[in-house]
Design a protein around this ligand. Structure first.
Ligand code: ZN
Ligand code: ZN
Length: 127
Protein backbone atom coordinates (compact mmCIF):
# COMPACT_ATOMS: atom_id res chain seq x y z
CA UNK A 1 0.00 0.00 0.00
CA UNK A 2 1.13 3.48 -0.85
CA UNK A 3 0.68 5.94 1.99
CA UNK A 4 -1.73 8.77 1.23
CA UNK A 5 0.07 11.65 -0.40
CA UNK A 6 2.97 9.51 -1.52
CA UNK A 7 3.24 9.15 -5.27
CA UNK A 8 5.08 6.30 -6.96
CA UNK A 9 8.34 7.37 -8.65
CA UNK A 10 7.51 8.72 -12.11
CA UNK A 11 4.03 9.86 -11.16
CA UNK A 12 3.63 13.59 -10.62
CA UNK A 13 0.78 15.85 -9.68
CA UNK A 14 0.14 18.84 -11.96
CA UNK A 15 0.59 22.33 -10.53
CA UNK A 16 -3.00 23.41 -11.10
CA UNK A 17 -6.37 21.77 -11.71
CA UNK A 18 -7.21 21.10 -15.36
CA UNK A 19 -10.11 22.39 -17.39
CA UNK A 20 -12.94 20.29 -18.72
CA UNK A 21 -16.17 20.87 -20.62
CA UNK A 22 -19.54 20.73 -18.87
CA UNK A 23 -23.02 20.96 -20.30
CA UNK A 24 -26.01 22.99 -19.18
CA UNK A 25 -26.83 20.27 -16.64
CA UNK A 26 -23.38 20.72 -15.10
CA UNK A 27 -22.37 17.27 -16.30
CA UNK A 28 -18.76 16.88 -17.47
CA UNK A 29 -18.17 15.61 -20.98
CA UNK A 30 -17.53 11.89 -20.73
CA UNK A 31 -16.49 9.95 -23.81
CA UNK A 32 -17.29 6.66 -22.10
CA UNK A 33 -13.60 6.08 -21.47
CA UNK A 34 -13.33 9.01 -19.13
CA UNK A 35 -13.58 12.76 -19.06
CA UNK A 36 -11.13 14.59 -21.31
CA UNK A 37 -9.11 17.28 -19.56
CA UNK A 38 -7.36 20.28 -21.00
CA UNK A 39 -4.41 22.23 -19.72
CA UNK A 40 -5.99 25.66 -20.03
CA UNK A 41 -9.29 27.45 -20.54
CA UNK A 42 -8.23 28.34 -24.09
CA UNK A 43 -7.43 24.74 -24.95
CA UNK A 44 -10.75 23.59 -23.51
CA UNK A 45 -12.71 26.32 -25.30
CA UNK A 46 -11.18 25.26 -28.61
CA UNK A 47 -13.11 22.00 -28.32
CA UNK A 48 -16.52 23.50 -27.56
CA UNK A 49 -17.64 23.98 -31.17
CA UNK A 50 -16.96 20.39 -32.13
CA UNK A 51 -18.77 19.11 -29.09
CA UNK A 52 -21.78 21.37 -29.66
CA UNK A 53 -22.05 20.01 -33.20
CA UNK A 54 -22.33 16.40 -32.08
CA UNK A 55 -24.60 17.01 -29.10
CA UNK A 56 -28.40 16.96 -28.93
CA UNK A 57 -30.04 20.23 -30.06
CA UNK A 58 -30.15 22.79 -27.30
CA UNK A 59 -27.13 21.49 -25.46
CA UNK A 60 -24.58 24.11 -24.54
CA UNK A 61 -21.08 23.25 -23.44
CA UNK A 62 -18.75 25.51 -21.55
CA UNK A 63 -15.25 25.28 -20.19
CA UNK A 64 -14.82 25.09 -16.47
CA UNK A 65 -11.86 24.44 -14.22
CA UNK A 66 -12.06 21.05 -12.53
CA UNK A 67 -13.14 21.47 -8.95
CA UNK A 68 -10.74 18.95 -7.55
CA UNK A 69 -7.10 18.28 -6.85
CA UNK A 70 -4.70 18.76 -9.77
CA UNK A 71 -4.40 15.55 -11.77
CA UNK A 72 -1.72 12.93 -11.70
CA UNK A 73 0.45 12.31 -14.74
CA UNK A 74 2.93 9.55 -15.42
CA UNK A 75 6.04 9.85 -17.59
CA UNK A 76 8.19 6.94 -18.72
CA UNK A 77 11.50 6.79 -16.90
CA UNK A 78 13.18 5.44 -20.04
CA UNK A 79 12.01 7.74 -22.86
CA UNK A 80 10.07 10.48 -21.10
CA UNK A 81 6.89 9.64 -23.00
CA UNK A 82 3.81 10.73 -21.08
CA UNK A 83 0.91 8.39 -20.60
CA UNK A 84 -1.89 9.50 -22.97
CA UNK A 85 0.11 12.42 -24.32
CA UNK A 86 -0.65 11.68 -27.97
CA UNK A 87 -4.33 10.96 -27.49
CA UNK A 88 -6.71 13.34 -29.21
CA UNK A 89 -7.97 14.08 -25.73
CA UNK A 90 -6.14 13.80 -22.49
CA UNK A 91 -7.53 11.49 -19.85
CA UNK A 92 -6.24 12.35 -16.46
CA UNK A 93 -6.35 10.56 -13.16
CA UNK A 94 -6.92 11.88 -9.74
CA UNK A 95 -5.81 9.10 -7.45
CA UNK A 96 -2.81 6.82 -7.39
CA UNK A 97 -5.20 3.90 -7.63
CA UNK A 98 -6.75 5.28 -10.84
CA UNK A 99 -3.45 5.98 -12.53
CA UNK A 100 -2.16 2.53 -11.59
CA UNK A 101 -5.18 0.98 -13.33
CA UNK A 102 -4.59 3.17 -16.41
CA UNK A 103 -0.89 2.30 -16.53
CA UNK A 104 -1.70 -1.37 -16.28
CA UNK A 105 -4.30 -1.23 -19.04
CA UNK A 106 -1.72 0.42 -21.34
CA UNK A 107 0.82 -2.27 -20.43
CA UNK A 108 3.02 0.15 -18.56
CA UNK A 109 4.89 -1.06 -15.54
CA UNK A 110 5.46 0.56 -12.19
CA UNK A 111 9.00 -0.47 -11.38
CA UNK A 112 11.20 0.24 -8.41
CA UNK A 113 12.97 3.11 -10.18
CA UNK A 114 9.96 4.66 -11.91
CA UNK A 115 7.20 3.92 -14.41
CA UNK A 116 8.04 2.43 -17.79
CA UNK A 117 6.19 2.31 -21.11
CA UNK A 118 5.97 -1.07 -22.88
CA UNK A 119 9.08 -0.28 -24.99
CA UNK A 120 11.21 0.60 -21.99
CA UNK A 121 10.09 -2.02 -19.49
CA UNK A 122 13.44 -3.83 -19.88
CA UNK A 123 15.26 -0.70 -18.66
CA UNK A 124 13.93 -1.16 -15.16
CA UNK A 125 17.07 -2.95 -14.09
CA UNK A 126 16.28 -2.60 -10.44
CA UNK A 127 13.05 -4.58 -10.74
ZN1 ZN B 1 9.55 4.54 -22.55
ZN1 ZN C 1 -6.64 16.65 -15.51
Amino acid sequence: MTAPGTLPTGVTRLDAPCWHLINQYNEPHDTGDGCPHYGSAIEAAANIDGLNRCSPPGWVWRAEQVDDLPCLMAACEGCGYQLDEDGAMTMHHNSVEEIEIALKSCEWKIGSSGVFCPECVHEDTKA
